[in-house]
Design a protein around this ligand. Sequence first.
Ligand code: ZN
Length: 488
Amino acid sequence: MQNSILIISRDNHYLHDILKTEGISSNCTDEINQQAQNCGLIIFNNFTFDEKAITTLNKLSTTKKSIIIINPDGKMKKLSSSIKIIPFDLVKQIYLLNQGKPAQFDKNGVFRASSTSIIKRSEKLIPQADVLRKKLVEIIEQNLPYPLPKIWHLPDKKLAGAIFSHDSDEVTDEELYRINELNTKHNVKATTFMLIKTGSKKCWQSFQKSGQDLQLHQVYFYIPFCPKKFSAFAAKLISNKLTQKFQKHTLSVEKKILEKLSKKKISGVRNHGLFWLDNSTIPLWMHKVGIKFDSTLGAVHDYGYLHGTGLPYFLRMEDYTRLDVLEFPLHIMDYIYLENKEKTRNMTKKFLDNALKYNSIITFDFHHKFLKGKILDWYIETIGYAKKKNILIESMTYFNDFWRKRLNLEISNIKFQNYILNYEIINPNNQNTDGICMTIPLTFKNKKLKTIKYGNKKIAFDKIKIDNKPYAIFEIKKDTNNVCSEFG
Ligand SMILES: [Zn+2]
């Protein structure tokens, strides 16, 4: 069988998150050679094609190996013409889709986190960044001389997830208790983004006791709902250095107040009015203050995959540096229901069906203040529909913890001989792996997967379809790291 090598240069995280396959972070020619012998998939962080690397690659291309490089520079001088180059920059493409254009005033004169105009309205039910990444993974899978094992991005073999969140604007303690009880009754662990001016200390503490997720709804002193004629003035005011410094402090102050009074560490935020100063400053502030996840990117009067994805992603700086803040893009807010009730009900179901198709985690925002009458019916109907479709309902904190736990795992030492695939799962922190699953293709080169073993012990697996292709899915065990799959 002809061995092929695939090299992905530049920050690989977007693919790495999906593939979870061993990557190399330096430009070591020995490692190129070693990896080429082993499995043929090389992922580099910020690969630069220096003389030594080019010589090694050119030499390898004269053997029977085929080499494919994914790099923004399609021309790449000095590389042998038999090396295929795909001129593509995944990081840049996904960044543009995910984080959108810089913050600006929307059509109603409201200053929003970022413009989502990069996604066409007719395409908002397609998670474009996810599709892009999946296509690239498909190319990789097809070019590898072995069936590619991957760590599944959803917990408990689920095909989709849903997060129900609430913003506490203009709400009384009584209302907060009522909705907390309602969620507990429906077995929904919701995430409440609490304004420090709403709810009492007692109320905040009761959220913890009932197992619900309490996080911060942050307010900047700047009011996002600014009349159009003042928008130029407002823009000038918020770009002032002193104002910015003050705003930055409001985040850490509000976080500290809520932490002290609720007796809980706050790790997540959603900004009131979906307001961001711009799409690079605020992520950096959050990163510095120790915010671990955010759910500000979305729209009030729109719905869908407006940031190109149904998955959480780490926010980045303008130079694409990855920050330690996981963004859960907001997909549907209740304001859209107020505009068109019947259409929104149907669209919600369609969107949840789509979540199963694209394996997404959908984030809803239902304000406490609206949760009564018809909106409450729609809320309960949506919970019921998600449950009926076996979509996992969990809090944002749960998904944040899961996402990070999963990213700590690595697949390593892949060997494929006589249709037997061996590999190791590296768990550097010896962390709990509950709910983390793994997939491998059910067939490879017309051979069917027969058995999966952990160490010497056979284990059972389920069959699922991802993008219409059949895969085996099984749970990762903490105590064993050797996995062996036999095809025949
Ligand atoms: Zn709000």
